[in-house]
Design a protein around this ligand. Structure first.
Ligand code: NI
Length: 387
């Protein structure tokens, strides 16, 4: 195991890469410049197996250890930015109007590049490390597309690991947990159908706004009265569309929202019960509903053995006290979940200090975190592909 001091030599260079990527953010699958930058850097490290154009702009690099045969592990980073107008006021602020690295994927990419440079020079492990630079994490399900395109089989990957920076965790600290670490994400629509009319004669109508108001409140009882209080469920109504005039009762209201869960059974339950609850309220008040439910992202579920390997790699780097192996799960979602459905693995949080939150216009990845992420990846490869 290598301590953090062994990776500080990469900080200046990795900071340059990170700030270059920050200045030139790209979205979804359109990461043409970012992918080119990554592929050129990888080639400059002497890596001779680099594949580009995987899921359009994904890049994969293969580094062989020199300590003999062994398994193949995948290390995954995301590379895409967000459609946000930057307000960080940093000298390296976005030069692409309306696009911004507000989730730190610039830092993630720079850290995996740093690990690539170190691993390509040392190769002090058995087996093979496959470095996965993924497009379209924020939107477009890039991980799913890479998995469906046969990534795991093609490169013989048997275990896979991911990392995300986390504001609120100190620089130099890590958080991880066995089992669910990020939530499953669903969306739903409930269309309430009543009977419109003159606002002065409500008795001649079925007012869908009153029905919808009851449904919005009613859905919260699924959280507060139908779910085990020690389990996590979020139902947020985030859209409400109805009527345009002051003197007309409209005939329809559209309710939309999102559901976050940390267990498959609660996810199934919520999908069923939103309909039961909304329909029951609507029928009781003389209205009808139409219900649509979409499952968007799976649960990000860490496997026990790989969680232990990840925890050991981080502890070897920064010491036992700087790695919380029972971090609280986050109710946001992450498309690395698709890779964890395909292979065993683990996802870890890396401290980004007291920065603005993820997806905030003032957010910036903290370059002080770079050597920690680099060191984690190297330790993970050297430890789990033991010398
Ligand atoms: Ni992110």
């Amino acid at each position: 195991m290598r301590g953090i001091e062994e990776f500080r030599y990469l900080q200046i260079e990795a900071t340059e890469w990170r700030r270059y990527l920050h200045r030139t953010p790209e979205l979804e699958y359109g990461l043409y410049d970012s992918a080119k930058f990554v592929a050129n850097k990888l080639a400059s490290f002497g890596i001779n197996h680099i594949e580009t154009g995987i899921a359009e702009t994904g890049v994969v690099a293969v580094i062989q250890g020199i300590r003999g045969d062994g398994p193949t592990i995948g290390l995954r980073t995301d590379m895409d930015a967000l459609p946000i107008v930057e307000a960080s006021n940093k000298p390296w602020t976005s030069e692409n109007a309306g696009k911004m690295h507000a989730c730190g994927h610039d830092g993630h990419t720079a850290m995996l590049l740093g690990a690539a440079k170190h691993l390509a020079n040392t190769r002090s492990f058995k087996g093979t490390a496959v470095l996965i630079f993924q497009p379209a994490e924020e939107a477009g399900r890039g991980a799913e597309r890479m998995v469906q395109g046969g990534l795991m089989e093609r490169f013989g990957i048997s275990r896979v690991f991911g990392m995300h920076n986390m504001p609120g965790i100190d620089i130099g600290k890590f958080g991880i947990c066995d089992g669910a670490i990020m939530a499953a994400l669903d969306e739903f629509d409930v269309i309430v159908k009543g009977k419109g009319g003159h606002a002065a004669t409500p008795h001649l109508t079925v007012d869908p706004i009153v029905v919808a108001a009851q449904i919005v409140v009613g859905l919260q009882t699924l959280v507060s009265r139908n779910t085990d209080p020690t389990e996590a469920l979020v139902i947020s109504v985030t859209r409400l569309e109805a009527g345009q005039a002051y003197n007309i009762i409209s005939d329809q209201v559209a309710i939309g929202g999102t559901v976050r869960t940390l267990s498959p059974s609660l996810r199934d339950f919520t999908e069923r019960q939103i309909k039961v609850c909304a329909e029951g309220i609507a029928h009781g008040l003389g209205a009808e509903i139409e219900y649509k439910h979409r499952r968007l992202e799976p649960l990000t579920f860490n496997h026990t053995k790989e969680t232990n390997q990840a925890t050991d790699a981080a502890r070897g780097l920064v010491g036992d006290g700087s790695v919380n192996d029972r971090v609280k799960p986050i109710m946001g979602s992450e498309d690395f979940a698709y890779m964890l459905q395909a292979r065993s693995g683990a996802f870890i949080f890396l401290g980004n200090g007291p920065s603005a939150g993820l997806h905030h216009p003032a957010y910036d990845f903290d370059d002080e975190a770079l050597p920690y992420g680099i060191g984690y990846w190297v330790n993970l490869v050297e430890k789990s592909l033991a010398v």
